[in-house]
Design a protein around this ligand. Structure first.
Ligand code: IMP
Length: 431
């Protein structure tokens, strides 16, 4: 029995979907604990592409149980669409295999309307570039104690009462402050009454299910979404998402105590990308950045937006090791770097006249950050068919060694392409 948490070490889009899918083979239960359908975990299985936004990526393994924890913000329309899409592709999703926390908060139509209207109202240069899925406003309501939970759908009178209150409040803000259209309680109620019927069989107490699984000696995998630098507390605030994306969030977002977590693995892309606004010290706003974007097919899995690209950032990586308590790293997309020679890895930042090993806590107080680079020779060989460390070109091995030195922890696996088999396993991540 073991419990493993997998998180992103950068600004999301590190390739968690593929790694979680691989590790899911070794787990009995796969749990999502934060975020919502702002995530998009892309998987390539037997040549078929799947993108999971809400349902844990482990669902592609027929015999696994997937859980959506209380820390997730949950859009029922996306959930139902995802189930239908998976079913149409031969993957059965029934309540035996998928359970949903009654404590997860519902993303309501007014959350999406507010997300769009608030983002539109932000001045140019201050836009966060949200995914527009209602994530921030839903978490706002949760913290303000106005939220509506999945479990509230099981009591439609209570649900209607909470809905009426919220629509009245939100309509005021939408119409009086944001110049947007009001929403109608009756329409939302009708829509959600139907969701209630569809969701009811899936609703459960996820914390209790996890406890039972642990008592029965099962292995659990906790699937993080987004990445460490998008964490609401530890990321590049305010250009972050509205949840805690770090490993500790697995505990509160699923209802498991920290002493029950055995291992934490961080996913690190061999270079860096970011979507949306915000600081990105190693960004390559040049033809090399364009090259990486094209070669790495760096488009957001959720919004289709072009991802900004840059060199691997060791400062970001070092911070991720500390904040998440990482035990090991999974390096993804190493194949994309073939042909770039030389390669840079940022080892420190220089700002305010001194060198720093860590991200400043208020990046906006810093006028300019200069990344300090270590330059390494690149390689030109195609890596996509490589399956063992020894077969990698020496330059690629040296690049990986440099990553391990900065991180101070071992690499457990390397991904050299989107397919499951395009993986070099170095250590057992569960061990
Ligand atoms: P929100 O999570 O939709 O509120 O968006 C806030 C910021 O987080 C924006 O810059 C988004 O682009 C970014 N973001 C949210 N989810 C993801 C993700 O799964 N991958 C990468 N960026 C994300």
């Amino acid at each position: 029995m073991s419990t493993l948490v997998v998180v992103g070490t950068q600004w999301g889009d590190e390739g968690k979907g593929k790694v979680v899918d691989l590790l899911a083979e070794r787990a009995d239960v796969i749990v999502r604990f934060q975020g919502g359908n702002n995530a998009g975990h892309t998987l390539l299985v037997d040549g078929k592409k799947f993108i999971c936004h809400l349902i844990p990526s482990g669902i592609l393994h027929g015999n696994k149980v997937c859980l959506i924890g209380n820390g997730v913000v949950f859009d029922p329309s996306v959930f139902i669409k995802e189930i239908e899409e998976l079913s149409s592709r031969g993957i059965t999703v029934d309540p035996e295999r998928l359970r949903l926390s009654s404590n997860a908060h519902l993303i309501m139509p007014y959350h999406k309307a507010l997300d769009h209207a608030i983002e539109n109202a932000r001045p140019e240069g201050k836009k966060l570039g949200t995914t527009g899925r209602g994530i921030g406003p839903c978490y706002e309501d949760k913290i303000a104690r106005n939220g509506i939970k999945v479990g509230d759908l099981l009591d439609l009178d209570l649900f209607r009462e909470k809905l009426r209150y919220n629509v009245r409040e939100k309509n005021f803000i939408l119409t009086q402050r944001l110049n947007a259209e009001p929403l109608v309680v009756r329409d939302i109620f009708r829509e959600f009454r139907e969701y209630a019927r569809r969701l009811a069989p899936f609703v459960d107490d996820v914390s209790i299910l996890i406890d039972e699984a642990l008592r029965n000696g099962k292995s659990l995998l906790f699937e993080g979404a987004q990445g460490t630098q998008l964490d609401i507390d530890h990321g590049t605030y305010p250009y972050v998402t509205s949840s805690n994306t770090v490993a500790g969030a697995a505990c509160c977002g699923a209802g498991i105590g920290p002493s029950k977590i055995d291992k934490v693995i961080g996913i690190c892309k061999a270079y860096t990308t970011r979507v949306g606004g915000g600081p990105f010290p190693t960004e390559l706003a040049d033809t090399l950045g364009d090259y990486l974007q094209k070669k790495g097919a760096e488009f957001g899995a959720t919004t289709g937006r072009r991802r900004r690209c840059g060199w691997l950032d060791g400062v970001v990586l070092r911070d991720a090791v500390r904040i998440n308590g990482l035990d090991g790293l999974a390096i993804t997309k190493l194949d994309v770097l073939s042909g770039i020679d030389p390669l840079n890895i940022c080892t420190e930042y220089e700002f305010s006249g001194t060198r720093h090993l860590h991200m400043p806590s208020n990046i906006w107080a810093v006028e300019a950050i200069w990344p300090i680079y270590e330059t390494l020779p690149g390689w030109h060989e195609d890596l996509s068919q490589i399956r063992s460390l020894e077969d990698l070109p020496k330059e690629a091995r040296d690049y990986l060694k440099a990553i391990e030195e900065i991180a101070g922890i071992p690499i457990v696996l390397i991904s050299v392409g989107p397919a499951r088999e395009q993986t070099v396993f170095l250590r057992d991540p569960f061990d």
